[in-house]
Structure formats: structure tokens, C-alpha cells
Write a new protein. Structure first.
Length: 227
């Protein structure tokens, strides 16, 4: 639930700029994007990469449905509550535009999220298979590597689709902003990764999702998680 909510909220908050200089840009979605990747790392540790990818696709579908609802509601007649406190139609139009979104932003964010989710899951599990130690140290290593690369992929794909073609960014801005943004988002995961590790360990202790693990082990439909 937290994962799905974070995906919806970060895409909505991405409409507001947080910080922007020539080669460094963050939107308010930054405040929640690390949650999505930490959740993916936790799911990957407990249930394996295919489960993390499936949950990511589900979150993406739900986000697209929410975006469609926002779009339809923005086209309805009537005024937002903020209009009555200002009396300005520009405020109402601005809110409609924010919640209604633009097709290229939705396309860019959805494509970037899908690419990053698959990248994160595969790298996370690949790193885990090559580690010779366990515990939090292993969780941190696989999470930091996969998240750093996947966040860069997420930023890069979005910037190439949206910022480069529609906002006039240069190729240098696309690459540098994608990298610096990924570093900033990775720092958030570094800070909160101990919480994610404790939750994933609690899932194991309480046998959360054991039926799914038993099913995938019997059928061979998904790769086993590497603890």
C-alpha cells in the first residue's frame, strides 16, 4: 500500500519544482521517490525480483488510473475551493492543469518508472547472488547499488522523453541532472535503509507472503529471493 501511494503522490508532486540550477534540478516528487525504491528493495529481498517487478507494474497501472481520474475531474465544470478565497480564474485553471497533467509527462514518468523498476529488481538480485556475506551489510550493498543505477535510469528516461524534447534541455543537462538527482535520491535511501531492513526481517520472522513463496517454489514461476 505504501509503495502504491508513494508512486501516485510522487508523480503528482513532480509538478512542483523544489530546486533548479543549471546542472541540478529536483522536484517535490523527490521527497517520496526514495520510498518507492526502498519498498522495491524490501520486496526483492523477501520475494525475489519478479515479485518486485510485478508490484511495480501494478503500482504503475493504479497510478495511470488515478491520473485518468484526475484528468476527467479537471475537465468537469465548477471551481476549486481555492478560487473562492482569491476570486481569480487563473487559480482554478492552474489547479485543473496541475491535476489534469500533460500527456507527455504521464508518458515520460510511466516509461521511466517501468524501466527503473525492472532495472532495480534485476540488479538487486544479481548483486545479492555474488555477495559472500549476509545481514544488513548485504542488504545495504545490494540496495545502494541497484537504487543508484535505477534512479539514474529513472531520471534519464524521464529527462530524455520530457525535458529534452519539450523543455529544451541540452544533452549535458539531461546527463548531469539525471546523475546528480540520482545521488540525492540515493542519499535518502542510505539514511532510511536500516528501517527497510528491519521491516524485511520482520516479514521473514512473521512468514509474511509464505503462501506466495511456496507457490513459486512449487511451480518455478519466479526466481527465489536471495536473503
Amino acid at each position: 500500500t505504501l509503495f502504491v501511494v508513494s508512486v501516485i503522490m510522487m508523480n503528482l508532486l513532480a509538478n512542483k519544482e523544489l530546486l533548479s540550477v543549471k546542472y541540478f534540478a529536483l522536484d517535490c516528487g523527490f521527497a517520496l521517490s526514495w520510498i518507492s525504491f526502498l519498498c522495491m528493495d524490501m520486496i526483492c529481498k523477501r520475494f525475489g525480483p519478479k515479485a518486485a517487478a510485478k508490484i511495480s507494474i501494478l503500482a504503475l497501472v493504479i497510478n495511470l488510473c488515478a491520473t485518468l481520474i484526475f484528468k476527467v475531474m479537471s475537465l468537469t465544470p465548477g471551481m476549486w475551493g481555492e478560487y473562492y478565497s482569491t476570486g481569480m480564474t487563473e487559480v482554478n485553471d492552474g489547479l485543473n492543469a496541475t491535476f489534469g497533467g500533460s500527456w507527455y509527462v504521464v508518458l515520460g514518468s510511466s516509461t521511466a518508472m517501468l524501466a527503473a523498476a525492472i532495472c532495480n529488481s534485476l540488479i538487486n538480485q544479481t548483486v545479492a547472488k555474488h555477495l559472500k556475506y549476509g545481514g544488513y551489510r548485504a542488504f545495504a550493498m545490494r540496495s545502494f547499488i541497484s537504487t543508484g543505477i535505477a534512479q539514474f535510469v529513472d531520471n534519464l528516461v524521464f529527462a530524455l522523453i520530457v525535458s529534452y524534447h519539450f523543455f529544451g534541455w541540452s544533452a549535458a543537462q539531461v546527463l548531469v541532472c539525471s546523475l546528480t538527482g540520482a545521488v540525492a535520491e540515493l542519499l535518502c535511501e542510505v539514511i532510511f535503509s536500516p528501517v527497510g531492513y528491519r521491516v524485511s526481517r520482520q516479514w521473514e520472522a512473521e512468514h509474511v507472503g509464505q503462501q506466495y513463496l511456496d507457490y513459486t517454489e512449487r511451480t518455478g514461476h519466479a526466481a527465489a529471493a536471495v536473503s
